[in-house]
Design a protein around this ligand. Structure first.
Ligand code: NAD
Ligand code: DAU
Length: 335
């Protein structure tokens, strides 16, 4: 039985990954979830697993070596999801991004080197490449991150690689595109627009709404990480994508249409600073190993939107406190 140390396991993708592991491996896996519980960490995401004997939650910071060291020592596999993850916040206050995304990853890598873990998965992002107008980035392309968030993720990505080259640590790096699904904090495009629309509030579209993102259902991302644990080569980077490139305005229309809400909720506002026009990754490398996403975009979007319709108790609280203050101060968006 393998012991996984999942960092950032109370966040969006981390909590989906923990659910994925228990659904797939049930009692044949042991999971330690290390999470600082920032505004983005939410133990409600894990209520249905919290009493399992093969699950343990530890509240702690990946920047704190004293907390990290004994947990890494227990683990066979480290999957590092912990990060500050929201581009808009990184524009307003980059400090925590450098601290957690770069220094925190360093602390984890040091502990992993000391205790010689079997695998270390660094969850990087497609944003490290920067924007691309035509074509798609391959893993060998240069990195030109454009926000403090993506630059800090690029730092962690290359630091993880250096631990493979220099110390032979069994590192695998993933660069995934935009995830959507249940438990995503309602500051990101899809949950923000769905929950605003449900409350008949306006949908703040940056710029002309024609920026393009590739969307992947979170469950497929989790499946790809699990696949790479079995099939990925150490020291390698793997792009992960859904193959669903859409302009933000298309996402907006899909949400309004599903919820039977009027076009008048669309509100074009000032663009994000340094807003990357398009992200696109070439996923040939992971496909050649035998992995492709299993979910169809429209179906997964509908079930995701419906999840937010059915879980107002989950997001209502999040939108009433700290979130509200942040947006009032930074974006003057309608809440
Ligand atoms: P999230 O913001 O929902 O969750 C991040 C989690 O990390 C939270 O639970 C938070 O409490 C925790 N955390 C933050 N700082 C910490 C620290 N110092 N120590 C311990 N825990 C800490 O983010 P997400 O969207 O689930 O993203 C997870 C990872 O996947 C991130 O590394 C992100 O860069 C990467 N990623 C995200 C996407 C996406 O579309 N969301 C796509 C590609 C890659
Ligand atoms: O590409 C992977 C990345 O996707 C991850 O690494 C990040 O952690 C994750 O947050 C996400 O970054 P984006 O900046 O692409 O996601 P976000 O949901 O913030 O924005 C998606 C697009 O929607 C982007 O073009 C900006 C636009 N947008 C976003 C918000 C929050 C709006 O037009 N209005 C908004 O209010």
């Amino acid at each position: 039985m393998k012991t996984y140390l999942v960092t950032g396991g109370a966040g969006f993708i981390g909590s989906n990954f923990i659910h994925y592991l228990f659904e797939k491996y049930d009692d044949d896996v042991c999971v330690i979830n290390l999470d600082k519980l920032t505004y983005a960490g939410n133990l409600e995401n894990l209520i249905d697993v919290e009493t399992r004997e093969n699950y343990r939650f530890v509240k702690g910071d990946i920047c704190d070596a004293k907390t990290v060291d004994p947990l890494v020592q227990e683990a066979d596999i480290v999957v590092n999801f912990a990060a500050e993850s929201h581009v808009d916040r990184s524009i307003g206050a980059p400090d925590a991004f450098i601290q957690t995304d770069v220094y925190g990853t360093f602390i984890l890598l040091e502990a992993a080197r000391k205790h010689g873990v079997e695998k270390f998965i660094q969850i990087s992002t497609d944003e490290v490449y920067g924007s691309i107008i035509d074509g798609s980035f391959k893993e060998t392309d240069i990195l030109e991150p454009s926000s403090p968030y993506s630059a800090s993720k690029a730092g962690a990505d290359r630091l993880a690689y250096s631990y493979f080259v220099t110390y032979g640590l069994a590192v695998i790096i993933t660069r995934c595109s935009n995830n959507f699904g249940p438990y995503q904090y309602p500051e990101k495009l899809i949950p923000l627009f769905v929950t605003n629309a449900l409350e008949d509030k306006s949908l703040p579209i940056y710029g002309d709404g024609k920026n393009v993102r590739d969307w992947i259902y979170v469950r497929d991302h989790c499946d790809a990480v699990d696949f790479l644990l079995g099939h990925g080569a150490h020291g390698q980077v793997y792009n992960i994508g859904g193959g669903n490139e859409r302009m933000n305005i298309q996402i907006t229309d899909l949400i309004l249409h599903y919820l039977h809400k009027p076009d008048s909720l669309k509100n074009y506002i000032q663009d994000r600073l340094g807003h990357d026009r398009r992200y696109s990754v070439d996923t040939g490398k992971i496909a050649a190993l035998g992995w492709t996403p299993g979910h169809k975009f429209e179906q997964a979007m509908h079930s995701t939107i419906q999840w937010y319709v059915d879980h107002k108790a989950w997001w209502g609280k999040l939108k009433s406190g700290e979130y509200k203050e942040f947006y009032k101060a930074n974006y003057k968006k309608e809440l």
